[in-house]
Design a protein around this ligand. Structure first.
Ligand SMILES: [Zn+2]
Length: 68
């Protein structure tokens, strides 16, 4: 394995890690609740646990639809 192989492998791992991070955490905060669209505190993605749960259920459902 030469140096370029190592670099490619590292890029691969970085991309893999980034994918996992995205999958684990979901979308980035936009300043608006992802479920109802209300303005939320900076860094938050939902106004409360209820919105988060609803959004989670909705996105799980959407994923299942896509699979079927
Ligand atoms: Zn909300």
């Amino acid at each position: 394995m030469d140096v370029s192989d190592t670099a490619t492998l590292r890029e691969e791992q970085e991309r893999e890690r980034a994918l996992h991070r995205t999958r684990a955490e979901g979308p980035r905060p936009t300043g608006l609740c992802l479920f109802c669209g209300l303005v939320v505190t900076h860094g938050r993605r939902w106004c409360d646990a209820e919105c988060r749960d609803e959004w989670q259920a909705w996105s799980d459902h959407a994923r299942q639809d896509r699979k079927a």
